[in-house]
Design a binder for this molecule. Sequence first.
Ligand SMILES: [Fe+2]
Ligand SMILES: [Fe+2]
Length: 135
Amino acid sequence: MSLITWNENFSVNIMEVDSQHKKLIELINELHEAMKVAKGKDVMGNILSELVNYTVYHFGTEEKLFQKHGYAEYVTHKKQHDDLTKQVVAAADKFNKGGNIITVEVMNFLKNWLQNHILAVDKRYAPFLNSKGVV
Ligand SMILES: [Fe+2]
Ligand SMILES: [Fe+2]
């Protein structure tokens, strides 16, 4: 079973963003699966670095939309992105330096990290951007 299952509650009604969120969920599920079946460190290291890169790319997409449309919460939202990026980079560094293991704690951290951000923070921009015609 997947660690996270995408459902309509996650939707921000913006096709590009929803598909990026789905991709992030997929990467976390892949990492979880790799951890469960004890895949090699190369496989897990690759998924983690893809997760880091895709996270940076995704946050950039949202931030460009905020700037383009003058979203009032741009600064606070960007601060959250910067903090989350640091956390996921730290998790990847720890994996690379610390014996190449992914623990259940790390998986739960990633799961909550993504879910909480989408549900509590990303959802806040949806009505605003939708009203600007971003769908
Ligand atoms: Fe997002
Ligand atoms: Fe965000």
